[in-house]
Design a protein around this ligand. Structure first.
Ligand code: OGA
Ligand code: MN
Length: 203
């Protein structure tokens, strides 16, 4: 991984230029393996929950729309594994605030496990009645992923241009960041279990 200042300069420049950024090799492989193990252990203990769609009042589970199982991090009670991810993400938040004046004050994050055959239909990360999410992030925890495994994050780049999209495969250590308000996106059906940590910086 790059030193903090290089990383935030790279991310900041990409966000300014095109609204999204892809970082390879975020965290070291041991830290990522520890996160993947913790997520797997939570799953084995039945502590991941089917994710809901919709905002307050209309939340419901519909696996045809969204098939992942999640576990939210408690910022007041992070495990060692979670802290190793949280600390550099929080440093990035502060550095991006200084650079881009985004006013991001909070970070919320969860593990996500997509069982084989599941997907997340096209959506935006901002709710209609809540614009607090500024920047979306996903860190993938899947060693040995092949494109034939599917499960790409499809980022829809320009609503004015039909079919202009970018597919990002969930390779271990890939971190994707994008402005929450600007990009519709989806998770294409995955052929194998797909692990990640999703996070949102909020104002
Ligand atoms: C989400 C999401 C994308 C991914 O959790 O809102 O869009 O690649 N995740 O996991
Ligand atoms: Mn999303």
């Amino acid at each position: 991984m790059m030193p903090d200042s290089t990383l935030s300069a790279h991310v900041g420049a990409d966000l300014e230029r095109r609204g999204y950024c892809i970082v390879e090799n975020f965290l070291d492989a041991d830290a990522r393996a520890a996160l993947a193990r913790e997520c797997g252990a939570l799953h084995a203990r039945n502590q991941l929950r089917p994710a809901a769609v919709g905002n307050v009042g209309e939340r419901h589970v519909d696996a045809r729309v969204r098939g992942d199982h999640t576990h939210w991090f408690d910022p007041l009670d992070l495990t060692a594994e979670q802290s190793a991810y949280w600390a550099p993400m929080d440093a990035l938040r502060r550095a991006l605030n200084r650079r881009l004046l985004l006013g991001m004050e909070q970070f919320e994050t969860h593990y996500a496990l997509y069982p084989p055959g599941t997907r997340y239909a096209r959506h935006r990360d901002r709710f209609r009645d809540d614009d607090s999410r500024v920047l979306s992030s996903v860190l993938y925890l899947n060693p040995g992923w092949h494109d034939s495994d599917g499960g790409a994050l499809r980022l829809h780049l320009d609503p004015a241009v039909p079919d202009s999209h970018l597919d990002i495969y969930p390779h271990d250590g890939t971190l994707v960041l994008f402005l929450s308000a600007d990009f519709e996106h989806e998770v294409l059906p995955t052929g194998r279990e797909r692990l990640s940590v999703a996070g949102w910086f909020r104002r």
